[in-house]
Write a protein of this length. Structure first.
Length: 104
């Protein structure tokens, strides 16, 4: 895990965020950082899911979400497993990150 990921996790934990509170999470795209967060139940999300969260939150329309996700997929070094998993996340799966679903 690189220094940036370590510092992000340290800052999140030091801030005393309530991990059960909706909206408290960190953004990581490093596999080791993601595994660390998962093992310690620290809520995290990767960049591929941000356009989807914005769409479900009403901040972006579906076409823009698809366009931005494609751009991120092309720029990032995501495995097929990660991109496939990101595509499968539903509104319900991501409600933790948006608090409420504005589309329904």
């Amino acid at each position: 895990m690189d220094q940036g990921e370590k510092e992000t996790i340290q800052l999140f934990c030091a801030a005393g965020f309530d991990f059960k509170k909706t909206g408290s999470f960190i953004l990581v795209d490093d596999g080791r950082a993601a595994r660390f967060c998962h093992a310690r139940q620290i809520p995290f999300i990767n960049a591929l899911l941000i356009p989807k969260v914005f769409w479900y939150s009403g901040l972006m329309d579906e076409n823009e979400h698809l366009k931005m996700t494609a751009i991120l997929s092309n720029l990032g070094r995501y495995s097929e497993k990660v991109t496939g998993a990101a595509q499968k996340f539903s509104r319900e799966d991501l409600n933790y990150f948006i608090g409420k679903d504005s589309h329904g």
